[in-house]
Design a protein around this ligand. Structure first.
Ligand SMILES: CC(C)(COP(=O)(O)OP(=O)(O)OC[C@H]1O[C@@H](n2cnc3c(N)ncnc32)[C@H](O)[C@@H]1OP(=O)(O)O)[C@@H](O)C(=O)NCCC(=O)NCCS
Length: 172
């Protein structure tokens, strides 16, 4: 992912939230604020003057249209390891294997970079579809907590963990 991807990633991120988080975030936020807020956030993240250790990957169709993305914070937690901060597939491309391939690409790159740490992410309790996806990919769903404020309030979340992320690569 490069600074040139910021606007497309932001647009997909906001569209995915509108599709998957209706009733979780307020309608006002989703319909009137999310696009601009995500654009500001992704422009800032990808144009940071001192490149941090974090990185992102994108999935595109042959014409270069963005189909999905993931953002990774390596070695983010001393216990839980490498952290996936965002994973989203375009609403009209869901169910076609893109989410699985993004997860596998993340695990592959972390392995190539020498990580032997676990891999984890947070999923909203209300996001039953994503929880089913992570369970299908072998995640242990554990450690229920309240999120940091998101869309104006805190939400119940679960930690999804792969203690051996290499197992993700075996999932055909
Ligand atoms: C969750 C998400 C990333 C999954 O990506 P995807 O491309 O739709 O999922 P895939 O097609 O790669 O599915 C991989 C496997 O998970 C299964 N799966 C996917 N969604 C599922 C669901 N809702 N219920 C049960 N299983 C599901 C698929 O059947 C597939 O299983 P298979 O390997 O046996 O064929 C995507 O749907 C998405 O962006 N959702 C909205 C945003 C979101 O919730 N992001 C996660 C935030 S934590």
């Amino acid at each position: 992912m490069t600074p040139a991807d910021a606007d497309a990633v932001a647009a997909l991120h906001a569209a995915s939230w509108r599709h998957a988080y209706r009733g979780v975030f307020t309608d006002h936020y989703l319909d009137h604020e999310a696009d601009a807020e995500r654009r500001t956030a992704w422009q800032a993240r990808l144009n940071s003057p001192t490149p941090p250790a974090d990185w992102g990957i994108v999935a595109e169709d042959p014409a270069g249209r963005l189909l999905g993305f993931a953002w990774v914070l390596p070695d983010h937690d001393p216990t839980w390891g490498d952290y996936i901060d965002n994973l989203h597939v375009a609403p009209d491309a869901k169910g076609g294997g893109i989410g699985r391939r993004l997860m596998q690409a993340v695990a592959e790159r972390l392995q190539r970079d020498g990580s032997t740490r676990p891999l984890y992410l947070w999923v909203l309790d209300a996001n039953t579809a994503a929880r089913a996806f992570y369970e299908r990919l072998g995640a242990e769903v554990t450690d229920p907590q309240l999120s940091d404020p998101l869309g104006g309030r805190q939400h119940p979340v679960w930690r999804c963990v792969w203690r051996q992320p290499a197992t993700l690569l075996a999932h055909a």
